[in-house]
Design a protein around this ligand. Structure first.
Ligand code: F6P
Length: 477
């Protein structure tokens, strides 16, 4: 049997494969890890499972043959340049992304984008139908693939289908704006189990299903009448997490510790090193963070070389207009802050528009006294959990926005509303000035939460919920 005909009992579908195809300097193909929390989380779930991962390679063109990488069987789905523009940059990231993130920027609606979204979802469903063994478990991820559950069920009624949303699910008032809202609900209810980051997201979905499509809901389930009879679809909150054990071990390694010292030294050993790590996305509140930081400098509350800020901004979706604007704005603000407050040899902001490997990130987390996580809306924010995981010394302070999914579990962090710049400034100062004892107490509590709710337990709970998902409603429905 060729690799292309092989089938698997466990199959993941995500917009991206965990690796992106890039061309090396001599035109040779190189595989680079894809950005974002989804890949980091699922990477560790997949290891040792002998499952397949169906996704896009990050480049325009034909799908190419399945291949193995990092111990996984990878099945590429091809997207043309037009499909990247209409399905990925357009419908996924310029229609759904803003609607699902409180319309921080306005959403754009184009019927042509929707047609591409449908077509690409159909292609994913067809690939999954080929790759899944009889009775397999298929785990579909995220907002780019919301039609896949129903499309796959039509092709392969024998498989168990779960879907997990890594981003928020919007309140019905916002979701209702989508001209294709019924189709999305119909697509999702093809699954056996739907997982969301928070209970509130699951309730938003259930309410949308009830109010916009007239489906009957009962507690945390939706009742669907399909061609093969009645089905019950359960929706619940299941917050994603990090691979605590692995990342903790990495952060404890002598190489990472040494690198953390080097990072501090290279910045002139500031008394307070602050850190921001984000995909360069308007949901992350980088503008609000820089505003607060700039005002604290202007007021003389903090000053380099005593205080420094590293801002890592991982390049993202650079052809989408809102992201182009954001990049210009952030880079302009960083230039202004540095022009006004840096001294010779001590920059107020070290801005790094790049991505770094796990070891370098662990060293940065180890080096940072104050971690700034200020999103305006975020499904979870795994950076917050990564920071906590890397602080085995039980030092450091996590300044965390209330509008992240992580805030519900990490209630011992320095919580704030990023829209309230005065409040954010006060919180940053508190995080700097609190006693080491108080910070240690908070960090110990935070680490306990992340250790006890790691990505492995998240995946196990998701799969148990999928396994237990009822096939038929109770008799009285
Ligand atoms: O979790 C949200 C998400 O869109 C993931 O689906 C994705 O892996 C990550 O953020 C990065 O986004 P993109 O794939 O658009 O670069």
């Amino acid at each position: 049997m060729s690799e292309a005909d092989e089938t698997f009992d466990f199959v993941i579908a995500a917009n991206r494969l965990p690796v992106d195809r890039t061309e090396g300097p001599d035109g040779q193909i190189e595989w680079k890890r894809s950005p974002g929390g989804l890949v980091t989380a699922m990477d560790s779930v997949m290891r040792g499972r002998d499952g397949a991962w169906v996704g896009w390679t990050g480049e325009a063109g034909e799908a190419g043959e399945p291949f193995d990488d990092s111990g996984m069987h990878l099945h590429p789905v091809g997207l043309s340049a037009e499909e990247i523009r209409d399905y990925y940059e357009g419908f996924s990231n310029d229609t759904l992304w803003p609607i699902y993130h409180d319309v921080i920027v306005p959403a754009t609606f184009h019927r042509r984008w929707w047609v591409a979204y449908e077509r690409v979802n159909q292609r994913f469903a067809e690939e999954l139908a080929k790759v899944a063994a009889q009775g397999a478990i298929v785990w579909v991820h995220d907002y780019q693939l919301q039609l896949v559950p129903a499309l796959l069920r039509e092709l392969r009624p024998d498989v168990r289908i779960g879907w997990f949303n890594h981003i928020p699910f919007p309140p019905v008032e916002l979701f209702a704006q989508l001209p294709w809202r019924d189709r999305i609900i119909e697509g999702l209810t093809g699954a056996d189990y739907l997982g969301f980051q928070r209970e509130d997201d699951a309730w938003n979905f259930l309410r949308a299903a009830r109010q916009l499509t007239g489906l009957k809901t009962k507690n945390d389930t939706v009742i669907v009448d399909g061609p093969s009879g009645r089905r019950v679809v359960r929706a619940s909150g299941l917050p994603i997490s990090v691979d605590f054990e692995n990342l903790d071990a990495l952060a404890r390694s002598p190489q990472v510790q040494e690198r953390a010292r080097e990072i501090r030294e290279s910045l002139g050993d500031p008394r307070v090193l602050m850190l921001g790590v984000d995909r360069l996305d308007y949901t992350k509140g980088i503008r609000h963070r820089l505003k607060a930081y700039g005002e604290l400098l202007a007021q003389g509350d903090i000053a380099p070389p005593d205080v420094a800020l590293i801002q890592v901004a991982v390049p993202s979706r650079e052809r989408v207009e809102a992201y182009k604007h954001l990049k210009e704005e952030i880079e302009g603000t960083v230039g202004q802050i540095n022009g006004d407050y840096s001294t010779v040899g001590a920059s107020a902001v070290q801005y790094l528009h790049q991505s770094f490997d796990r070891a370098e990130m662990a060293a940065m987390y180890q080096a940072a006294d104050v971690m700034l996580v200020t999103p305006l809306r975020d499904g979870m924010n795994l950076v917050a959990k990564e920071y906590v995981t890397c602080r085995h010394d039980e030092r450091g302070a996590l300044v965390l926005s209330e509008f992240t999914g992580a805030a519900q579990e990490l209630s011992e962090s320095y919580l704030h509303n990023p829209h309230d710049i005065q409040g954010l400034k006060r919180t940053i100062i508190r995080a700097i000035q609190d006693s080491e004892e108080e910070k240690g107490r908070r960090m110990t509590a935070l680490r306990k939460v992340v250790r006890e709710h790691d990505v492995q337990s998240w995946a196990a709970r998701f799969l148990a919920s999928l396994e237990a998902a009822p096939a038929r409603p109770d008799d009285d429905d």
